[in-house]
Design a protein around this ligand. Structure first.
Ligand SMILES: [Zn+2]
Length: 207
C-alpha cells in the first residue's frame, strides 16, 4: 500500500503519529535512573506496532537514534558518556559471544544500549560494529512471556518486544526502586488496540 502524503493526515505534535493511532494517552511516566539509548533499525521506525514510541514517551531518559550503519566516531560519542558505564542489552550467543568482562557489576550509573530490530538485523548490526560487540553485556536470564505474541506471531517465542526487554533490564539494574508494571500494562493496551485495528482491517477487506 503506498504511503499517503503526510500532509493529508493530521499528526499528533507530541508522538508524531497519526491522530487515529496517537499514543500519548497510553504514556506512563516511569521514574528511572538508567540512561537508555535505543539504536533503531529504519524498518522498525515505520512499523505502527513498534513498541519504542511508547517507551520513549514514558521514560524521561530515553534517546532513540535511527540507522543501520554508524561510523565509529559518531557511534563512540553515542555510546560513551563521562560518569556512566555503558552496557549492551544483548544475549551472550555463539554467533556474537559477549566480551570477557561482561559480568562485572557496574560501578556507576548505567547507560543502557538497546537494539530495536529483528533478531537477524540486530545480530548483523552487532557483527558490523566492533564498538558495539566490545561493550559489556546485560543479558536477561529468563525473559517474561511477551504480550506481543498476538501482533507479531512470526517472532521467536522467546523474543520479547524492545519495550518489555528494556523494562526488564531496568528492573534488573535498579531493583525495588523501579516499577515498570504500569508501563507494561499500558503496553498490553497498546497491543490490544493494534490487534483490534488489524482485525477490523481484515474484516473490511473482501476475500
Ligand atoms: Zn500523540
Amino acid at each position: 500500500m503506498p504511503a499517503s502524503p503526510a500532509s493529508s493526515r493530521p499528526v499528533c505534535p507530541r508522538c508524531l503519529r497519526p491522530l487515529a493511532t496517537c499514543l500519548c494517552a497510553l504514556a506512563r511516566p516511569t521514574p528511572h535512573r538508567t540512561e537508555v539509548l535505543v539504536l533503531q533499525h529504519p524498518q522498525e521506525q515505520r512499523q505502527a506496532k513498534n513498541s519504542v514510541a511508547l517507551l520513549r514517551l514514558s521514560l524521561a531518559r530515553c534517546e532513540v537514534v535511527v540507522g543501520e550503519r554508524f561510523d565509529d566516531a559518531a557511534l563512540r560519542a553515542l555510546l560513551h558518556r563521562p560518569g556512566w558505564e555503558t552496557r549492551l542489552l544483548y544475549p551472550d550467543v555463539p554467533a556474537a559471544p559477549a566480551p570477557a568482562a561482561s559480568h562485572a557489576a557496574p560501578m556507576a550509573p548505567v547507560r543502557l544500549v538497546v537494539i530495536d530490530a529483528t533478531w537477524r538485523k540486530s545480530l548483523r548490526l552487532l557483527l558490523e560494529h566492533p564498538l558495539l560487540a566490545a561493550l559489556p553485556r546485560l543479558s536477561l536470564d529468563a525473559p517474561a512471556p511477551t504480550r506481543y505474541r498476538v501482533i507479531r506471531a512470526a517472532r521467536r517465542a522467546d523474543q520479547v518486544s524492545t519495550l518489555e526487554a528494556t523494562v526488564q533490564a531496568l528492573a534488573a539494574l535498579e531493583g525495588q526502586s523501579f516499577d515498570g508494571a504500569p508501563l507494561l500494562d499500558a503496553f498490553g493496551s497498546f497491543v490490544a488496540a493494534v490487534a483490534a485495528r488489524q482485525r477490523s482491517r481484515t474484516e473490511a477487506e473482501p476475500g
